[in-house]
Every structure is written in structure tokens, then in C-alpha cells.
Design a protein around this ligand. Structure first.
Ligand code: HEM
Length: 234
């Protein structure tokens, strides 16, 4: 008896399975931080907040950042294996356009986790620990906490179209015209995402300040990217 799981399709399935298992760990923690912990911090007392920052947040951040790392590695591995097996032409298909859009969003999110949110949160935790043992807060902790907040909200914003395109790649084929404008599509998506990423690094929360606001913006961004894809691939 030959088991399908031990063939190439099985290997790809195992990669995909790990990919969304760790994806759920990552995005689940992202939504916990944004939808649950943030509003709780706005109304809790200083001692509780300090305890949560010292004892709960480091644990949640561990699962969050390593979940992001394994999701990213398995995602890139799937891209590599599929490109190798099916030929680079698959990236010019409906599947390829959707998956690359989702992957770019996911990679920006991964970079925000490892290069903005985690370094900033380390200082915030260090500062809270110092204050709890009678010391002074670190002078840059408040600004870094706010920066991590904007990056985290941007990741929540990106996660909504990211999940749409990750899922639509195999399950919502887009009909392509004879001469799709891939260059124009890449430029439109690139400019929009670059502007939002620059805002994550330097800008403000704007309409993403509330949970409702970031969810609405996420659906709007998904609609804009989807329409650009439909219009520019005809
Ligand atoms: C970090 C960057 C990411 C990259 C490079 C990436 C890459 C990929 C690739 C290449 C596939 C296609 C699998 C296939 O059809 O063979 C895929 C599918 C998928 N990914 Fe991601 N991904 C990323 C992030 C995420 C995240 C954060 C999640 C959250 C759960 C996620 C969830 C999924 C799901 C549910 C599928 C659908 C599988 C299917 O329909 O067969 N991905 N991803």
C-alpha cells in the first residue's frame, strides 16, 4: 500500500499544515494583543498593567514572534517547492498573483514583528520591570510602546487582505486576459503597501486607533487590492 502522505503532494500538505498551524498561533496572538489586551490596558489600574507586562506579555510575545517565524519559513518553502515542481510560470497565474500578494503582506508583517514590535516591546518590558523594583522608567519606553502599537495595528490591517489572498489563491480563480498588466499591478500594490508600511515605521494610528476602525480599514484595503487585481489582469 502506498501512502499519499509520503509522496510530493503529502510533503506539500505537511508544509501547508504546519504553515497554517503556526499562522493561527501568530495571528491569534496578534488579535489577542489588538482586540483584547489593548482595550483591557485602557481601563485597568497601573499595578495590574505592570504585572501583565512583566509576566503575561513576554510569554505571549514568545509564541507571537516564533509563530511568525515558522509561518514565514514554511510559506517561503511552499513557494520554493511549488516553483521548482510546477515551473516559475505558476507565478503568472491567478494562483501566483494572489499568493504573491498574500505573501508580500505576510512578509511585511513578519518584518514588523521582528524589527519593530519585538525590539520595542523588549524595552517596554525592561522598563516596567525596572519600575516594579523601585527604579526609573526607561526614557524611550513610552515612545517605543507607541511605535509598537502603530506597527501592531498595521499588521492587524494587513492580516485581513493577507488571509483573503492566501485563501483565494486556490479557491477563487481570477480570469486572466491575454495581456495582463503585471507591472502596473505590482506598482499599484507596491505603492499602497509601501505607504502603509512607512506609516507603520514613522506615522500615526489615524483611523486604526479603534478596533472597529482597523477592521473597517482592513476590509477596505482588501476591496481595493482585489479590484486592482481584477482590473489589471484582464
Ligand atoms: C509570512 C509570509 C507568508 C508566506 C510567504 C505564505 C505563503 C503561502 C503559500 C505559498 C501558500 C500556498 C500553498 C499552496 O497552495 O500550495 C499559502 C497558503 C496559505 N497560507 Fe500562507 N503565507 C504566509 C503567511 C500566512 C499567514 C500569517 C497565515 C495565517 C494563518 C497563512 C495562512 C495560509 C492558508 C490558510 C493558506 C491556504 C492553503 C490552501 O488553500 O491550500 N499564511 N501561504
Amino acid at each position: 500500500m502506498s501512502l499519499a502522505l509520503f509522496g510530493m503532494d503529502g510533503f506539500l500538505l505537511l508544509l501547508r499544515w504546519f504553515h497554517f498551524f503556526f499562522g493561527v498561533i501568530w495571528i491569534g496572538h496578534l488579535y489577542y494583543f489588538n482586540f483584547t489586551q489593548g482595550p483591557f490596558f485602557n481601563e485597568t489600574d497601573g499595578t495590574t498593567k505592570s504585572n501583565v507586562i512583566q509576566k503575561l506579555v513576554p510569554r505571549a510575545l514568545w509564541w507571537f514572534r516564533w509563530g511568525a517565524m515558522v509561518t514565514m519559513i514554511t510559506g517561503l518553502l511552499i513557494l520554493q517547492v511549488r516553483g521548482h515542481r510546477d515551473g516559475m510560470g505558476i507565478f503568472a497565474t491567478s494562483w501566483g498573483v494572489s499568493i504573491l500578494t498574500g505573501a508580500v503582506l505576510g512578509l511585511l508583517m513578519w518584518a514588523n514583528v521582528w524589527f519593530v514590535i519585538w525590539p520595542a516591546q523588549k524595552r517596554v518590558i525592561q522598563s516596567a520591570t525596572q519600575v516594579a523594583s523601585g527604579g526609573q522608567p526607561l526614557p524611550d519606553a513610552a515612545a517605543l510602546g507607541a511605535r509598537a502599537g502603530v506597527a501592531s495595528r498595521t499588521n492587524t490591517l494587513f492580516s485581513i487582505p493577507m488571509l483573503f489572498f492566501m485563501g483565494s489563491a486556490s479557491h477563487l480563480p481570477i480570469s486572466m486576459g491575454l495581456e495582463p498588466s503585471f507591472g502596473a499591478l505590482a506598482a499599484v500594490i507596491g505603492v499602497i503597501l509601501l505607504a502603509l508600511e512607512l506609516n507603520a515605521i514613522k506615522g500615526k494610528l489615524g483611523p486604526m486607533a479603534s478596533v472597529k476602525g482597523v477592521i473597517h480599514m482592513g476590509f477596505l484595503l482588501t476591496a481595493v487590492l482585489y479590484l486592482a487585481m481584477e482590473l489589471l489582469t484582464k
